[in-house]
Design a protein around this ligand. Structure first.
Ligand SMILES: NC(=O)c1ccc[n+]([C@@H]2O[C@H](COP(=O)([O-])OP(=O)(O)OC[C@H]3O[C@@H](n4cnc5c(N)ncnc54)[C@H](O)[C@@H]3O)[C@@H](O)[C@H]2O)c1
Length: 381
C-alpha cells in the first residue's frame, strides 16, 4: 500500500483534530509542519518528530510530501491550496474553501490542471444523526423535501475575537458567523436538499460585538430549483452554544436534526431516533495517550478547548458543552480522504462539492450587502 508523506500548514487551534487521525492512519507519515509562529510549529514538530518550516513554500519543495493539510486563517486557504496543487500535491483544506467565489473556482481549476485531489473539510456530514437523515431523504421514504428551517444560536464573547489576529475581520476571515460557524449547518442543509440553489436573499448585522467589523447575526431565505424553500436564522449573541438545529419538512414526514440526535417522524406515526455516539468516533483514552506522550502543549490545549479531553483550560463551561458530540467527526472525513487517494477515486467532499456551499455562503453576503436577492445557476434552465 502506498504510504503518503504529509505536510501540515497551520498549527493553531484546529491542529490537534487533524493530528490524531493522521497519527492513526497506517499509510500516512507526517514529514513536516509549517507555522509562522515558532511556538506553534515547534510543538507540532515535536509531536510528529518531524521538520518545521516558517515559510510554506519551503515545505512545498519537498519531494517526499504527497499531501498538504491547510489549516490557516481563511484568506490564506486559496493561495496555499493553489500553490500546493501547482507543486503537484493533493490537498485537504479546512473550511471554508476561500473567501471569494473567484478564489474557490481557481482552486478547482488548479486541482484539475495538476491532476491532484482537493478535499475540503465538512466533518459534520459524518455525524450519525446527519447520515441517518441523509439516508432517509435519499431513500425516498420521506417523500419529496418541501422546506427547511435552520437555527443556530451560539455564544461568542468579545474576547474570542480579541484573542485572535484574524477572526472578526472582512479581509482575513471573510465574515464571521456565516462563513465560520453557520457554514457547517448550512452545508448540511444544502446537502440534505441536494439540488441547485436558484436564489439567496439574506440580511446580516452586528448587534452585540463592537470589537469586530463583521456580522454576529444573520437570517435568510434560500430557494432551490426543485421548489424547496429554506429559511435560516443564526446568531452568536446567545448566552451559550445551544443545540444547532435543522428541520426538513417532507411530503411524508419531517426529519429533525438537533445537535447530537436525529428524529425522523413519518406521518403514519413511525419514528426513528438516532444519537451521535462520540465513542464511535474517538477513543478518548487513545487521544489522551497520544497527546500526553508528546510535549505538545499547543495540541493538548486545543483538544481541551474542543471538549475532547478533560476540562477546558481557560474556556467558559458553555463553550465546551456541545463539542464532544458535534463537530468531532474529522477523523472519519480524513480517513475517507486517504482511503480515496489509496483507491484512486475521488473523496466524498471534493473542492467541486464544497464549491456548492461556498457559492451559497458568498451569495448570502452579497445579498446582504446589496440588499437584494442573488440569483444563482440561472443559465442552466
Ligand atoms: N471544521 C471545524 O469544525 C473547524 C473548527 C475550528 C477551526 N476550523 C478552521 O481551521 C482553520 C484554522 O482555524 P484555527 O481555529 O486553527 O485558527 P488559529 O488562528 O488557531 O490557527 C491558525 C494558524 O495558522 C498560522 N498561520 C497564519 N499565517 C500563516 C502562514 N502564512 N503560514 C503558516 N502558518 C500561518 C497561525 O500562526 C496559526 O497558528 C480555519 O479555516 C477555521 O475555519 C475548522
Amino acid at each position: 500500500m502506498k504510504k503518503f508523506g504529509v505536510g501540515i500548514i497551520g498549527c493553531g487551534a484546529i491542529f490537534g483534530v487533524h493530528a490524531f487521525p493522521l497519527h492513526t492512519i497506517e499509510n500516512v507519515e507526517v514529514k513536516a509542519v509549517c507555522d509562522i509562529k515558532p511556538v506553534a510549529r515547534e510543538a507540532a514538530a515535536r509531536l510528529f518528530n518531524c521538520d518545521a518550516y516558517e515559510d510554506y513554500h519551503d515545505l512545498l519543495k519537498r519531494d517526499d510530501i504527497d499531501v498538504i493539510h491547510v489549516m490557516t486563517p481563511h484568506y490564506l486557504h486559496a493561495p496555499m491550496v493553489i500553490d500546493a496543487a501547482n507543486a503537484g500535491k493533493h490537498v485537504l483544506s479546512e473550511k471554508p474553501m476561500s473567501i471569494t467565489i473567484e478564489d474557490a473556482k481557481a482552486e478547482i481549476d488548479a486541482g484539475r490542471k495538476n491532476n491532484v485531489t482537493i478535499g475540503v473539510i465538512s466533518q459534520n456530514r459524518y455525524n450519525s444523526a446527519s447520515v441517518a437523515i441523509k439516508e432517509a431523504i435519499d431513500s425516498g421514504s420521506l417523500g419529496k423535501v418541501v422546506g427547511q428551517r435552520i437555527l443556530l444560536a451560539w455564544f461568542k464573547p468579545n474576547e474570542y475575537y480579541q484573542n485572535s489576529d484574524w477572526h472578526g475581520t472582512w479581509d482575513k476571515e471573510g465574515g464571521s458567523l456565516i462563513i465560520d460557524q453557520s457554514i457547517h449547518i448550512l452545508d448540511l442543509a444544502r446537502w440534505f436538499v441536494n439540488d441547485e440553489i436558484v436564489s439567496v436573499q439574506a440580511t446580516i448585522d452586528n448587534r452585540n460585538h463592537p470589537v469586530i467589523e463583521t456580522e454576529d447575526t444573520a437570517e435568510g431565505l434560500i430557494k432551490y430549483r426543485n421548489g424547496v424553500q429554506s429559511v435560516f436564522y443564526a446568531t452568536n449573541n446567545y448566552t451559550y452554544n445551544s443545540p444547532v438545529m435543522v428541520e426538513i419538512h417532507c411530503e411524508k414526514g419531517t426529519a429533525l436534526m438537533e445537535f447530537d440526535r436525529a428524529v425522523i417522524t413519518y406521518r403514519d406515526g413511525k419514528e426513528l431516533n438516532v444519537l451521535n455516539n462520540p465513542n464511535d468516533v474517538l477513543n478518548e483514552a487513545e487521544y489522551q495517550a497520544f497527546f500526553n506522550q508528546s510535549s505538545s502543549q499547543t495540541a493538548f490545549q486545543t483538544l481541551s478547548k474542543w471538549g475532547v479531553i478533560g476540562a477546558p483550560v481557560t474556556m467558559p463551561i458553555t463553550w465546551k458543552t456541545p463539542r464532544p458530540y458535534w463537530g468531532i467527526t474529522h477523523i472519519k472525513q480524513i480517513k475517507n480522504f486517504y482511503e480515496s487517494l489509496t483507491a484512486g477515486v475521488q473523496p466524498d467532499i471534493t473542492a467541486a462539492e464544497a464549491f456548492k456551499t461556498q457559492e451559497m455562503i458568498c451569495a448570502i453576503y452579497e445579498s446582504a450587502k446589496k440588499h437584494k436577492p442573488i440569483l444563482l445557476n440561472q443559465t442552466k434552465e
